[in-house]
Design a binder for this molecule. Structure first.
Ligand SMILES: [Zn+2]
Length: 119
């Protein structure tokens, strides 16, 4: 049995972890003076960094939403169907907002958007 205190601690820890990931500005900056092969490599690196920034942002938003559901007493209930989300799922993914069935539905509806695997 996991308590909401444990969930909350896990959410705050993950949020701190994401915020601590310092992305250097020069990792994103375009460096015109590089040789062409380096350009390609750097462009790939930039895409990775931007992808990672986006995923961090998404996870941060999900964590904030989960924390507010804890605050208002609706945590652990699927936002789509109002069914309880399994404890196993919440333990693995404390910011999950859908039960497994609604998650699968959402995944099918939006193949390119990863709702809660943003970590
Ligand atoms: Zn559901």
């Amino acid at each position: 049995m996991i308590t909401q205190e444990q969930i909350k601690a896990a959410l705050l820890m993950k949020r701190d972890e994401l915020n601590a990931q310092h992305i250097r500005r020069e990792d994103i900056a375009i460096q015109k003076n590089a040789e062409s092969l380096d350009d390609i490599q750097q462009s790939a690196d930039r895409a990775l960094v931007l992808d990672s920034l986006t995923r961090n942002w998404e996870t941060n938003a999900l964590i904030a939403a989960a924390l507010s559901r804890i605050a208002d007493g609706t945590y652990g209930v699927c936002v789509e169907c109002d069914e309880p989300i399994s404890e196993k799922r919440l333990a693995a993914l404390p910011w999950a907002k859908f039960c497994i069935h609604c998650q699968e539905h959402a995944d099918r509806a939006s193949m390119n958007y990863r709702w809660d695997t943003a970590a």
